[in-house]
Write a protein that binds this ligand. Structure first.
Ligand code: BTN
Length: 257
């Protein structure tokens, strides 16, 4: 069982995770925090679930996870205009936060895959899903959902990308409380950096993206495009160099060609 006290001692943030909701089971932590009706409005509220019955992945996929061994959590961000201006880059801050924690705590090398996956040895350990509610074209509340395969040791089912866990890569169990606190500590700092110096954040993300410069294929709704992964622009979109032009890609799954 997740030990909240142990987590709390290691949390150094000002607002992220200060309002903390722990639940054994929920449909989806993202769905819960996104719905205003559930009464959660405090900026930085974190909900952690041991099990999700309808865990959501990107592009309408499911997020599958064994109960009680992984990290399934969402962070509610409200009323932060300067952050919401760069909503797309929150993905980058989040995947970077996960990557920095994993590398520092366990000396495992991570690789970032556009737009927001964290890989170890070519397999996925973490996925991120951002959802937002807008009014009159302006984001009102935004939920950043993060799933991390921590102590799960086998994976059944079909996956868009082969999964692994920290336990499988390290050969030993990992303390979830310490990992979650460290990620939230990093995330708060990185979100500040996103507001003040987003180019610097993008540069750090690019340093950890080994697909950059390679020949890739982007798949979106069965449409495939191939080219060179040329760059990431200042809004976090992927720039694909094809024969005739540099095309801006907003969505898609990237794979090496
Ligand atoms: C992906 O890689 O497709 C994104 C996966 C995001 C999964 C997390 S788990 C916690 C939060 N709640 C959800 O329903 N999804 C996100």
């Amino acid at each position: 069982m997740f030990n909240i006290e142990n987590f709390d001692i290691k949390l150094n943030t000002e607002y992220i995770g200060r309002n903390f909701i722990y639940t054994e089971e929920i449909n989806s932590t993202n769905t819960f925090l996104l719905a205003k009706e559930n009464g959660q409005n405090i900026n930085g509220t974190v909900m952690l679930a041991e099990k999700q019955t309808e865990g959501k992945g990107r592009k309408g996929r499911n997020w599958q996870s064994a109960p009680e061994v992984n990290l399934l959590f969402s962070i509610l961000l409200t009323n932060d205009k300067s952050l919401f201006k760069n909503a797309n880059l929150i993905n980058f801050a989040a995947s970077l936060a996960v990557s920095i924690s994993v590398e520092n705590l366990y000396q495992l090398k991570t690789d970032l895959k556009w737009p927001n996956d964290v890989l170890i040895n070519g397999k996925k350990i973490s996925g991120i899903l951002i959802e937002a509610v807008s009014q009159s074209g302006k984001i009102e509340r935004l939920v950043l959902g993060i799933g991390i395969n921590v102590n799960q040791n086998s994976f059944q089912g079909s996956f868009n990308y082969l999964p692994t866990s920290l336990r499988n890569e390290l050969g030993k169990m990992v303390e979830r409380e310490k990992l979650l606190a460290d990620i939230l500590n990093n995330l708060e700092v990185l979100l500040e950096r996103l507001k003040n110096d987003k180019n610097n954040l993008i540069e750090d993300w690019k340093q950890k993206c080994r697909m950059l410069g390679n020949r890739i294929t982007i798949t979106d709704n069965e449409i495939e495009k191939s080219g060179i992964f040329y760059d990431i622009d200042e809004d976090g979109f992927l720039l694909l160099q094809t024969k005739d032009e540099i095309e801006k890609i907003h969505f898609g799954d990237v794979s090496l060609y």
